[in-house]
Design a protein around this ligand. Structure first.
Ligand SMILES: [Zn+2]
Length: 123
């Protein structure tokens, strides 16, 4: 059995959409496989509309301790080079490569900080 939330992740749709279209709170793997093999019209439409857009779900995985969660990405999130729990020390990440500058985002997901290493601007 999978939960509705897990089913939404597997189908790559928002949880609200799964609820609106009557996915039960728990589905058997066979039910889920049936939906994937023979998707209802609303699911086909949703997939067609999403081509090339930001993914519905993002997986955040701590570089240090491997804690992870699947969550809805925020518009302002860049492509993080590293993600780690907010209680780890900066020194637990590898140092940025030569010529790279590290930027930090706080409040990512439930407990993460995100880091992006990008070429430093000449100034
Ligand atoms: Zn961690």
């Amino acid at each position: 059995m999978v939960s509705r939330r897990e089913a939404a992740q597997i189908l790559d749709i928002p949880l609200e959409m799964a609820t609106r279209h009557g996915l039960p709170s728990r589905l058997s793997s066979a039910d889920l496989a049936r939906i994937q093999e023979n998707p209802p019209a609303w699911l086909v439409q949703s997939r067609a509309n999403r081509t090339g857009k930001r993914p519905v779900w993002a997986e955040l995985r701590c570089y240090v301790c491997d804690f992870h969660e699947t969550t809805r990405p925020k518009k302002w999130w860049p492509d993080f080079t590293y993600v780690m729990c907010d209680f780890h020390e900066d020194g637990e990440l590898p140092r940025p490569a030569g010529g790279m500058r590290r930027s930090e985002w706080e409040g990512v997901g439930s407990r993460f900080r995100g880091f992006v290493d990008a070429p430093a601007e000449d100034d």
